[in-house]
Design a protein around this ligand. Structure first.
Ligand SMILES: [Zn+2]
Length: 390
């Protein structure tokens, strides 16, 4: 399939080159017209059709004179080599092109961009970065693409400050990168938090929320910071913001909510808040937390009632597992043994199931990644909902 695609692309390259070259050949003496270049094109095409692509590419490259007419053909061929993983060849083609003095300004920039992409593919990031910076500064048609590739490099290198700088330029050019940008600020905030610099970390989180007010991560990192700095009121405020930003993430805020409400000694307020959350996000983790809390405030029976009533409306493996645990505490003898068998089953189901899934590529797992490890999208991994999830 890939070979067929490469073959088609090569064919297109040949036709473009041949058509463009036609005008020039007409002007020149009819030396080559009868069969010179044209014949070699056809020889190349024959090799292609016979699936001898390596020989075809070499032959075609040899026959193409670099001039304005065949420029595009060279660019296409270079990119074909890169796609085939033969980056050293595409680098050679592009370096040869770049050394020429007869290229227009736009052509020169286009080759530079191709060469930068070659280096990026080859993992020679410093050279790629240097070329991309030059293109980005030159203000030409390729400026936006150069900035986008630069962003890829800085992300790979985890250099968040340059990421922010480049993303800002792209946003100014109309690219919708606000979500990414907020994550870059969060990355910096987490670095600062690790070093104990609360002031700088808070500053970055504020910027994250300014650029994307729905950035759940910014609220959660801020809550982490305020918990560490022993400001329970501020931590609760940050955690409660998640309900407005994206209710699906409320279950992830529960452990810190509990810690900070304990510090505040206001469990009634937490219980009220969790009831409010359930209206927007009927997640089983919230129900379980609420049922535990009600049990604590009003007794075991009231706690179990909250859980069983909810399960009637929305069946959930995690909820059933918790209900079995509660029943087991009160059961004895054969009944307890039977419940244990049932629980072994629910726990196996829970153990094997992922908790988060990427909405873009379907990657799933038990850890919350802010950037999908597979498709590299920021903010696309979300808690799984439904019977076997939340
Ligand atoms: Zn993904």
């Amino acid at each position: 399939m890939v070979d067929l695609f490469v073959g088609i692309l090569l064919f297109v390259a040949i036709v473009i080159g041949w058509l463009l070259g036609k005008t020039e050949r007409k002007k020149s003496v009819a030396v080559e017209a009868a069969g010179g270049v044209g014949k070699e094109y056809y020889d190349g095409l024959n090799l292609l059709l016979n699936e001898k692509q390596d020989e075809a590419v070499d032959l075609l490259l040899k026959t193409l004179d670099v001039n304005g007419d065949t420029f595009e053909t060279h660019i296409v061929m270079g990119s074909l080599y890169r796609r085939r993983g033969e980056v050293d060849r595409s680098i050679r083609i592009h370096q040869d092109l770049l050394a020429r003095s007869d290229l227009t300004k736009a052509q020169h920039a286009a080759v530079k961009l191709e060469l930068a992409r070659d280096y990026l593919n080859a993992g020679v990031l410093d050279r790629s970065e240097r070329l991309l910076k030059e293109i980005a500064e030159e203000d030409n048609l390729n400026q936006v693409r150069a900035l986008e590739y630069l962003l890829t490099i800085y992300e790979q290198e985890r250099e968040w400050a340059p990421c922010i700088e480049v993303a800002e330029k792209l946003i100014n050019k109309g690219k919708p990168l606000q979500v990414k940008m907020a994550h870059y600020h969060c990355e910096l905030a987490e670095q600062n938090l690790k070093m104990g610099d609360y002031v700088q970390s808070r500053r970055e989180l504020k910027k994250a929320l300014q650029v994307d007010k729905y950035c759940v991560r910014a609220s959660m990192v801020l809550a982490e910071l305020e918990t560490e700095a022993n400001n329970p009121k501020e931590a609760v405020k940050a955690l409660r913001r998640v309900l407005e930003q994206d209710p699906a993430f409320v279950p992830d805020t529960l452990p810190l909510l509990l810690v900070n409400y304990e510090k505040l000694g206001n469990m009634n307020d937490l219980s009220k808040y969790l009831f409010e959350c359930l209206e927007k996000s009927p997640a089983i983790s919230i129900v379980i937390e609420l049922s535990n809390l009600v049990a604590r405030l009003e007794g075991d029976q009231a706690g179990t009632y909250v859980l069983s009533e909810y399960l009637k409306k929305r069946p959930s493996v995690k909820g059933l597992d918790r209900l079995i645990s509660l029943q087991m505490e009160r059961a004895g003898g054969e009944e307890k043994e039977n419940l244990a068998i049932l629980q072994a089953f629910t726990q196996k189901l829970i153990k094997d199931k992922p908790i988060y899934r990427c909405t873009d590529c379907g990657f799933d797992g038990k850890t919350l990644h802010w950037k999908c490890p597979t498709c590299k999208t920021w903010g696309s991994v979300r808690p799984i909902q439904g019977v076997e999830g939340e």
